[in-house]
Unconditional design. Structure first.
Length: 333
């Protein structure tokens, strides 16, 4: 592929290359030491979610980067979906009036025999809160230009053990290696402690003048089938917005009080401002990286998510996993 440098010793790579920016694309359990080393080298850092596997270590990375003066980006990046951006535009234009509620609902019907891997242990970065909820929370906060206030909920493990299968290299293709029922005799099993379903309620406070915080509900069942489609929705005192897809893949419909649901066409200015990349995940990463690079070069911070957000999100995830009631989410150290 023409890549001039490759290796598995990331610490040596930092010394050999002295990079301006380090991108961390490993599972969450392999973030903390790597990011801390990059920060100590004075590198700006782009990191996938979750930032780490605990609020304590996430806060340490945030404060370390802040004190070192390096830029950071946190890639809970489906907030850049075109239809999520369209919803943000409509809300800013006052289409729904004062926002009252948001709702994010999805069910994936995942195969219970998915081969054991990092997604099965919290300490390795697994769990649907780390890898599903983070995107949804990001979409809601961005669309409403809001801050997370407090959170309550529960997480549930629906898969207490998983089969060990050889040959899985690409995480996206892990389902192709799931054993069939007649292949289970004599197979090795390992324990699973990550959650596969969650029910969360939170309050978020928009920056615009509102009378009360917005109630936000997040529901996800990793193993359960659905009858109708996944969706993201925003409800106000004048209208509601419904976006198809777990991560706001579209389309967008609006229902104003006393009228029928109407399909909202995608404005050309939203599409024209995004990279011409078909794959949603890659396009969203590219948008975020572009915003980070612009900030590094010109000091043009435009509100993209940083390690502060990664820490705040991990505080929220840890609170739901504890399941001990309402938690006031800190937003600054």
């Amino acid at each position: 592929m023409g890549i001039p440098y490759s290796g598995t010793d990331w610490d040596r790579a930092l010394s050999d290359l002295e990079p301006d920016i380090v991108a961390i694309g490993t599972p969450g359990g392999a973030h903390y030491e790597q990011i801390l080393a990059a920060i100590e080298h004075g590198c700006h850092v782009f990191c996938d979610k979750p930032l780490t596997t605990s609020a304590e270590t996430s806060k340490h990375l945030y404060t370390a980067a802040r004190d070192k003066g390096v830029k950071t980006a946190y890639a809970a990046s489906f907030r850049y979906q075109p239809h999520a951006l369209l919803a943000k535009k409509l809300i800013a234009e006052g289409v729904i009036g004062e926002p009252f509620e948001t709702e994010c609902v999805s069910h994936y019907e995942l195969n219970p025999l998915i081969p054991w891997g990092w997604s099965h242990l919290i300490e390795l970065g697994g769990g649907r809160l780390s890898n599903n909820f983070t995107h949804k929370l990001s979409i809601v906060l961005h669309a409403l230009d809001a801050t997370l206030v407090d959170i309550n909920g529960e997480a549930r493990n629906d898969m207490h053990r998983a089969p060990v299968v050889e040959g899985v290299h690409d995480f996206r293709e892990r389902g192709d290696f799931a054993p069939t029922a007649d292949e289970l005799d004599g197979i090795e099993w390992r324990d699973v402690d990550s959650e596969w379903s969650y029910s969360v309620m939170a309050h978020v406070m928009p920056s615009s003048e509102v009378r009360q915080p917005v109630t936000s509900v997040f529901r996800h069942g990793g193993m359960q089938p659905k009858f109708e489609g996944d969706y993201v929705a925003f409800y106000g005192d004048e209208a509601s917005i419904h976006i198809g897809g777990a991560y706001a893949q579209g389309p967008v419909h609006v229902k104003r009080r006393g009228s029928e649901w109407e399909l909202v066409p995608m404005p050309s200015e939203i599409v024209d401002d995004l990279p011409d990349i078909e794959d949603d995940t890659q396009r969203n990463w590219t948008v975020l990286m572009g915003e980070l690079v612009a900030d590094i070069k010109d000091g043009e911070y435009c509100g993209y998510q940083t390690f502060r957000d990664g820490w705040v999100f991990q505080e929220a995830v840890d609170a739901v996993r504890r399941g001990d009631g309402w938690f006031d989410v800190p937003n600054e150290v």
